[in-house]
Structures are given as structure tokens and as C-alpha cells.
Write a protein that binds this ligand. Structure first.
Ligand SMILES: [Cu+2]
Length: 457
């Protein structure tokens, strides 16, 4: 049957084939990532040198040069993503993880991107924020036919504008983004740019959110607003790598939002300027100081500051519900309700029973709560002074004197100089518990007591 749809499909295919006839024969081997840890930045082996970005709990996609074109291969596929130690989610992503690898190129590069669909349904790839030929924009039905399962599509364009961008499907968007399909794209300027500073550390991550019932592993894709896992690059605190900076470093944070709500991202101890959006660099005369920037859905914000204050500084979304992990929203407010003795009576019948919240909810972090298999506790993370009682979109900026350039290793907990820690009135103003052993963040395990004899996961 000859119809308008097949005509369009045919012409799009023909034009794609024309730009990359030679390359279709031999696709670059897709590189698969198996670790959820932050990978070392990918220093460009050839071409214009640049200071590569560090993708938080992520990685940068290796490419190959072919006839002067940078070739990448992204594979859309189901993945198992460790969202926090002990908690694995069944998501959809790219090349083994969610989000997919960061694409990092230089302004003026000609880029060819192969996208293989290993999902059970159609997909496409939209290059959010890019200047490109309309037919490369990846909106299924509008600028190309959707990519069927099992097929590989190719996109090719010149990275015309420097900045921070994103990629995500434009086919069954609601489902595919709720399942974790997204990634970052960085285009470095080809020469010194009046509005783009050279920075010492350049971090990038995406805000995303999931609704995964405690004890299960697959997101509920129909959820519109009431998500229970607020994540950065599909990780929740304490599973998120800290941002490490040498005292005095100029630091850039590139944060994109592909959730269903806005996130006021807040940093402690420093003020920053928004130096760019996915629309491009912000002229210096249009910048103002901030300590929080609201990032709306589909926006990217670039924050820059000098990390000149030593310490472990909280860095988080300022919506308090977004620094919590999975919980039931039907927990009643119990503050001020005296139910002493009640829990003990019930515990005789139900040994694991806990009644919580009569003095607030902080106590929950210190209790060994029975949790279903495969979830993250609502509030967790052990700091040098006790429980941090956070989850979700929370991390730390760790500023230290004398770090090596390019050393992103977690330096452990900050050793506060004597007399600089808040203390109880009348108590000796010592560095107190800061002298305690300082576990590295990678040792901070989620404290989960699994119920005994629970096998149905
Ligand atoms: Cu938030």
C-alpha cells in the first residue's frame, strides 16, 4: 500500500543512507558499562584538547574517528541499574546503564551517532537543545519513522553550538523517560569563548525520578507526580558520589532535569552564578549570584563557583520530600501523639513492628528497620557525627586543600579545625567526634536489615 507515511519513511531513509553509506557497513562496536560508579573523565585522545567533564555515577562514551567524523554507538536496552548499594532497579537505558553515557565533543565536530534499538518497542533519539537539520531531530512520526525493535538508525550532524545538552527518546516519551532513558551531551567550545570560562572541575548529571514500590524493581510508568525515588543519574543518596574539589578550584556543575517537576538545587557554603543553559552561555552582564537555582523540567543549568571554603558541604534539592527515599505517603502524622506502650504490645504479636514519628521522623534513621528486599531506606547515610537522615537528591561538595589536579577520589570526612564545630553550650569546643575514623563514602553502606525468611522477591 502506498501512503503518505511510507513515502516519508522512504525519503528519510534515503537521505540518511546518503550521508553515511560507507559507514553503515561497519558500525563501531558499542561500549557497555557494567559499573554504576563515577568513571574517570575521558581525556580526548585526539583533536582539540579540553578539560573533560566528570559524569556523576556515570561515564563518557568512547568514540572512533572515521573519515574525520566522530562516531558513537548507543544501544537502547533494558538495564539493571544499582540505584544505591543493595538496591537494583530494572530500568531502560543505554549501553548497560541509565542514564546512558555522556557524549562529549567539540564545537564544529561532525558527529555520527548509531542508535540500536534492543527494547521491546519502538524508540527514537532526540538531541535536546542542538542546532541540527530538521530530519536529525529524532521526533518519531514528525521527522523520522520510529525505530523498530532490532533496528539501528543513524544520525549525523555538526555540533554547531557549544554548551550542555541532553538526549532522550521522542517515542513513547512518558514510558521511556519514566524507565530511565536519557543522557548528557557536552559540546566544548572550539576556541577561547568570551562567555565560557576554563574550569578546573566540570561535573555533569541529570535529575531523574522513579516510582518503584519497595521490594519491587520496575518503575510504575503511569505515575505522574508522586514518585518515590528522586535521583541524580539514577542514583539516590547515599549512593551518589560526592563532588570533590581542590580549594580554590573553579568548578562548573551542569545539571539537566528530565523528571516531571522542578528542582531547586541548593549548595552550602558557596555562592554561584548560572553561566549557561541549554540555550547557550549566559553573557557575564546577565549573571547574578545565587545559592539555589530552580531547574524546571526540560531545562539545563550550568552553575559556576570558586570552591574556596574547605569542608564537606551539603549539596541537594531544596524540596524536602526529594531528599528522602521510598516511603509510603499514607504514613499518618504522629507528632505529639502519645502512644507509649502501644508498640511494645503490638510487638508481642508482630515482632518486627515499629511505631514511628511521635517525635518527628529522625529516629527512623537510627532504628534497624525491617525493609523488603531490594529497596533503599527512606532516610540514610552515616556521617562523622551521626546519621545524615537523607536520601534521594542529596550529595556533598568536598573541598580540600592540596588535592592533586584531576584527582576525583573521595577524600573521606572533613577534619574540622579545633574550635570550628558547633557544640553543646558548656561543652569543650573540641573537634569532638571529627577525630573518629573517617570512612570513605564508598564504605557508607545503606543499613538495611532484611526480614528473616523472606524469599518472595
Ligand atoms: Cu527536587
Amino acid at each position: 500500500m502506498f501512503n503518505r507515511r511510507s513515502l516519508l519513511a522512504g525519503s528519510t531513509l534515503a537521505s540518511l543512507a546518503a550521508v553515511s553509506k560507507a559507514s553503515l557497513a561497519a558500525l563501531p562496536e558499542p561500549v557497555i558499562q557494567t559499573s554504576p560508579d563515577t568513571q574517570a573523565p575521558l581525556v580526548p585522545p585526539t583533536g582539540r584538547p579540553y578539560n573533560p567533564v566528570v559524569t556523576l555515577n556515570g561515564w563518557t562514551c568512547p568514540w572512533r574517528m572515521k573519515d574525520g567524523v566522530k562516531e558513537f554507538h548507543l544501544v537502547a536496552e533494558p538495564v539493571v541499574r544499582e540505584m544505591a548499594p543493595g538496591f537494583k532497579a530494572h530500568l531502560w537505558g543505554y549501553n548497560g546503564q541509565s542514564p546512558g553515557p555522556t557524549i562529549e565533543v567539540v564545537e564544529g565536530d561532525r558527529v555520527r551517532l548509531y542508535v540500536t534499538n534492543r527494547l521491546p518497542e519502538v524508540t527514537s533519539m532526540h538531541w535536546h537543545g542542538q542546532r541540527l537539520p530538521n530530519g536529525m531531530d529524532g521526533v518519531s512520526g514528525l521527522t523520522q519513522p520510529a525505530v523498530p525493535p532490532g533496528k539501528t538508525w543513524v544520525y549525523e550532524f555538526v555540533a554547531r553550538r557549544p554548551g550542555t545538552f541532553m538526549y532522550h527518546p521522542h517515542a513513547d516519551e512518558m514510558v521511556q523517560m519514566a524507565m530511565g532513558m536519557m543522557g548528557l551531551w557536552i559540546t566544548h567550545p572550539k576556541a577561547k569563548h568570551p562567555h565560557i570560562a576554563e574550569v578546573d572541575r566540570d561535573y555533569a548529571f541529570l535529575l531523574n525520578a522513579y516510582d518503584i514500590e519497595p521490594g519491587s524493581a520496575t518503575p510504575k510508568i503511569m505515575t505522574m507526580l508522586d514518585f518515590n525515588l528522586w535521583s541524580w543519574n539514577s542514583r539516590v543518596f547515599p549512593g551518589i558520589s560526592p563532588l570533590v574539589a581542590r580549594q580554590g578550584d573553579r568548578v562548573r556543575l551542569r545539571v539537566g532535569n528530565l523528571t516531571m517537576t522542578n528542582h531547586p538545587i541548593h549548595i552550602h557554603g558557596h555562592e554561584f552564578e548560572v553561566t549557561g543553559t541549554d540555550g547557550g552561555p549566559v553573557p557575564k552582564t546577565a549573571r547574578w549570584p545565587e545559592v539555589t537555582v530552580d531547574i524546571a523540567v526540560g531545562q539545563m543549568r550550568q552553575m559556576e563557583f570558586i570552591a574556596d571554603e574547605e569542608g564537606d558541604w551539603a549539596f541537594h534539592c531544596h524540596k524536602a520530600h526529594h531528599t528522602m527515599n521510598a516511603m509510603g505517603h499514607d504514613v499518618p502524622t504522629m507528632i505529639g501523639v502519645d502512644h507509649s506502650g502501644l508498640a511494645a504490645k503490638i510487638r508481642k504479636l508482630v515482632p518486627d513492628y515499629m511505631l514511628m514519628g511521635e517525635r518527628g521522623m529522625h529516629d527512623m534513621t537510627e532504628m534497624s528497620m525491617p525493609l523488603p528486599d531490594n529497596t533503599a531506606p527512606m532516610m540514610a547515610g552515616e556521617g562523622p557525627f551521626g546519621p545524615v537522615a537523607m536520601g534521594g537528591m542529596f550529595s556533598m561538595l568536598k573541598v580540600r586543600r592540596g588535592l592533586k589536579r584531576g584527582d576525583y577520589t573521595d577524600p573521606g570526612w572533613f577534619q574540622h579545625p579545633p574550635g570550628t564545630v558547633a557544640h553543646e553550650v558548656g561543652d569543650a569546643p573540641a573537634a569532638a567526634k571529627a577525630a573518629a575514623p573517617t570512612p570513605r563514602a564508598s564504605d557508607v553502606e545503606v543499613q538495611v536489615r532484611k526480614p528473616q525468611g523472606h524469599h518472595n522477591h
